[in-house]
Design a protein around this ligand. Sequence first.
Ligand code: ATP
Ligand code: MG
Length: 232
Amino acid sequence: MLRVEDLHVSYQSVAAVRGVSLEVPDGAIVGLVGANGAGKTSTLNAITGLVARRGTTVFDGYDISQLSTANIVRCGVVQVAQGRQLFPDMTVLENLEMGGFLHPASKVQEQLEKVFAQFVVLKERAAQRAGTLSGGEQQMLAVGRALMSDPKILLIDEPCLGLSPKMVGRLGEIVREVNARGIAVLLVEQNTAFVFGLAGFAYVIENGRVVLSGTPEQLRSDDRVRSAYLGI
Ligand SMILES: Nc1ncnc2c1ncn2[C@@H]1O[C@H](COP(=O)(O)OP(=O)(O)OP(=O)(O)O)[C@@H](O)[C@H]1O
Ligand SMILES: [Mg+2]
């Protein structure tokens, strides 16, 4: 369903993504793991058109490689940014409404009800400023805001960052719930164990290149993955 082929991203003279290819089948959870600076965020930004890129991205049979970010979102490909990137001085409700900006008001209301049904805490705190939420609640809001645009696939960038183990557990449930609604997920994380617990398939990225891929079971038994990413 999402197919990325030979993707390249460079910042001035520095090549951050050097020929990444990956696939996310319909309704799947696929992981992309790698260390600091490996090129994970740059890969997602290239897929959603936030940075200049070379390569081919095909989604649902359409070549979206050259589309603007707004049109890529219209196709159903939506990113949950690393660091959440909420509007801290706006309320929870206003942040969610921003996520629905491409839709008519009736559709926004419908999406809002779905998001509030999944994240009761966001409903309870609808009038509260986003910046006053806990880290875990802010991550829920970031996911909720992305869901407002009724995506077919979510690209989630390091959602575990800064969260307590308990919140990481809750986040895992959220990813499963989202996926159970038929939304595919490309899950980017340094937390390899988290990804392996959720994804059916994962890619390992180093220095802008995919160096390994396989099912979590296959990757867990790889010595390089065990020492570099799982600390075993
Ligand atoms: N806007 C930018 N300008 C210049 N270099 C950049 C820019 N953004 C990222 N880079 C560089 O590109 C490389 C890949 O960065 P990227 O943010 O994609 O990695 P990452 O895997 O997401 O890392 P992290 O886990 O720390 O988020 C790094 O060397 C980084 O320093
Ligand atoms: Mg990143």
